[in-house]
Design a binder for this molecule. Structure first.
Ligand SMILES: [Zn+2]
Length: 85
């Protein structure tokens, strides 16, 4: 699977978990909620993906352009057009 597709799949999974968690019945054991656990795992996976998502040619991060500017990655580098897999 392409890296950009995988990244978006993780993002969708994380959003699904967050929404699922909002709609789950409130309980004292929220940490045992599968949506909570899933959200936690996907959040970590996404952060790791963001940090490691560099163009092999120009070394630009494909997700985080600056501390306040983010973008969804594509199969090509937004900066130099290099194919990223
Ligand atoms: Zn590049």
């Amino acid at each position: 699977m392409k890296k950009a597709v995988k990244f978006k799949a993780y993002l969708v999974a994380l959003i699904t978990c967050i929404i699922g968690f909002q709609f789950s019945p409130a309980s004292n054991q929220f940490y045992a909620n599968p949506f909570y656990i899933g959200g936690f795992i996907f959040a970590i996976v996404l952060i790791v993906n963001v940090i490691n998502y560099f163009c092999p040619k120009c070394k630009k991060n494909q997700v985080m352009q600056s501390a306040t500017s983010y973008r969804l990655p594509t199969n090509k580098c937004y900066h130099c057009g290099e194919e990223i897999n």
